[in-house]
Write a protein that binds this ligand. Structure first.
Ligand code: SF4
Ligand code: MG
Length: 273
């Protein structure tokens, strides 16, 4: 049962959701609305855009103006919305496959342009909806239906990728660290530019089962035990980092935002009026 204050953020007639029991996507979705509530964003001026995949079903459950777009294309749709009306808060929900494979080019170019979007990538380390194929975020040697002996492809570090491409806010958290995840998203809303937040979520069905990681509570314990807060991570010797990953704020910078830059062009060209 949802706390009353959050009911307004969800389409009650679309619930209960279709995610598997124990899936982390619902936790990440709730963290987004908690961040929206914390920052007091106007519900009528906040747009949720998603691509395709388990994560991207969230836009169907959230009571905002929403777009469920084509696979990998959430960021260009969101860019169009933001350019048409820069007043809007535009939030993108995407998965690891949607964001870093099919939409990989859109991801890096959205970051390069520093479009004022808040992109939240639910990273379950696999293509969950389509049957558990390896994604660019599947860790080395982990199993997938397309890698029954373990993948030999090195995964991306999506946060490094976002930073290198030009994002001006980059953070990571997990579905175990609920308050922290919500705080990372809320701080992303404050950034006037491309904000990227990786939300590590458990997928007990496609990823956990395939890799004998146990059920949802076991996977959440795995997140608890392997995620290290950034400040502690920075002090961790290299040989102690194996099998662990950092969470927290990784990068923040001020840079000219895309719709602001574009408005300058419109003004120079004689204005849109
Ligand atoms: Fe969640 Fe995985 Fe089930 Fe998709 S397949 S709904 S990510 S548990
Ligand atoms: Mg995925």
């Amino acid at each position: 049962m949802l706390e009353r204050s959050y009911e307004k953020y969800f389409r009650q007639n679309r619930l209960p959701h279709l995610w598997c029991p124990g899936c982390g996507n619902g936790t990440a979705m709730k963290s987004i609305v908690q961040a929206i509530e914390t920052k007091n964003l106007d519900q009528d001026k906040t747009i949720i855009v998603s691509g395709i995949g388990c994560s991207s079903r969230a836009s169907g459950y959230m009571n905002f103006d929403t777009l469920h777009t084509a696979h990998g294309r959430a960021i260009p749709f969101a860019t169009g919305i933001k350019l048409a009306n820069p007043e809007l808060n535009v939030v993108v929900i995407t998965g690891d496959g949607d964001c870093t494979a099919i939409g990989g080019n859109h991801f890096i170019h959205g970051a390069r342009r520093n479009v004022d979007l808040t992109v939240i990538m639910f990273n379950n380390h696999i293509y969950g909806m389509t049957g558990g194929q390896a994604s660019p975020m599947t860790p080395l040697h982990k199993k997938a239906t397309t890698a029954p002996y373990g993948t030999v492809d090195r995964p991306f570090d999506a946060c490094h990728l976002a930073e290198a491409a030009g994002a001006t806010y980059v953070a990571r958290s997990t579905a175990f660290h609920v308050k922290h995840l919500s705080d990372m998203i809320a701080a992303g809303f404050d950034n006037k530019g491309f904000s990227f937040i990786e939300a590590v979520v458990q997928c007990p069905t496609a990823f956990g089962r395939k890799n004998k990681m146990g059920d949802a509570p076991d996977m959440m314990k795995w997140m608890r035990d392997t995620a290290v807060m950034k400040a502690a991570w920075d002090k961790l010797p290299e040989d102690k980092r194996e099998g662990k990953f950092p969470i927290g704020l990784f990068y923040q910078a001020d840079f000219l935002e895309y719709t602001t830059a574009y408005q300058e062009v419109i003004d120079v060209a004689g204005g849109a009026k």
